[in-house]
Design a protein around this ligand. Structure first.
Ligand code: PEP
Length: 254
């Protein structure tokens, strides 16, 4: 049985003062939840997250990572650096990185591998644009994005990793995939991984992201292949994020 994961992506939001309030509220509310919880904070706040969250049920991670281990790469942050600040997870291939910063499938696969080299859990984001969905390309796009990583690290490289299905048209738009739409893509991702390794596919956590709110979380998370959520906007409001965690916790396993 896969344990649900609820992870908040703060994107480029926050300040020391705002974060302190939010993190304290998360720690206060996270006790006893029967799901894994994590927050992806901007890099400058990793030390704060480490200080406040160490020894609590809330894990933390970075929002992106360099494909390189070290060197003359101004502005980049290596996987080992994230590890130095206690990160367990790192987002790889978020659609904003793909579209705004031109990260392609191959670069994302190399980032995934860099995260693995130091023992971070990569959360690989995949998802189609609205045009691609209308064109009937959803499964093809998601499969291509996943396959680029498998080509680079092998299917064994997915063991213990997380896949986040995030339809681009649902991110930050208030439009959510219906539970049925999301479940269909999650099932397709799992089936694709099963072609290479059925046991790996059965254990792989596939979370959904795209306008998850307290109002729709329970129904999404109840789908057979939806193992939690990657939460953007609602992760900035402690009460909303904790309500989403609660929805996962109710369906969770210890
Ligand atoms: C995200 O940032 O990955 C995301 C899913 O955002 P939102 O929940 O705001 O759609």
């Amino acid at each position: 049985m896969r344990k649900k994961l609820v992870a908040g992506n703060w994107k480029m939001h926050g300040s020391l003062r705002q974060n302190a309030r939010l993190l304290d509220a998360l720690v206060a509310g996270a006790g006893g939840m029967r799901c894994d919880i994590a927050v992806f904070v901007p890099c400058p706040y990793l030390a704060q997250a480490q200080r406040v969250l160490s020894g609590t049920p809330v894990a933390w991670g970075g929002q992106s990572v360099s494909e390189h281990d070290a060197g003359a790469f101004t502005g980049e942050v290596s996987a080992a650096m994230l590890g130095d600040f206690g990160c367990r997870y790192v987002l790889v291939g978020h659609s904003e990185r793909r579209t705004l910063y031109g990260e392609g499938d191959d670069a994302i696969a190399r980032k995934f591998a860099a995260a693995r080299r130091v023992g971070l859990v990569p959360v690989l984001c995949v998802g189609e644009t609205l045009a691609e969905r209308r064109d009937g390309q959803t499964e093809a796009v998601v499969s291509r994005q996943l396959q680029a990583v498998v080509d680079h690290v092998g299917s064994a490289g997915l063991v213990g990793a997380v896949v986040a299905y995030e339809p681009v048209w649902a991110i930050g738009t208030g439009v959510t995939a219906t539970p049925g739409e999301a479940q269909a893509v999650h099932a397709a991702i799992r089936a694709r991984v099963a072609l290479a390794d059925a046991a790996l596919a059965a254990d792989l956590r596939i979370v959904y992201g795209g306008s998850v709110k307290p109002q729709n979380a329970a129904e999404l998370f109840a789908q057979a292949d939806i193992d939690g959520g990657l939460i953007g906007g609602a992760a900035l409001v402690a009460g909303d994020f904790l309500a989403i965690c609660q929805a996962a916790s109710k369906l969770g396993t210890d």
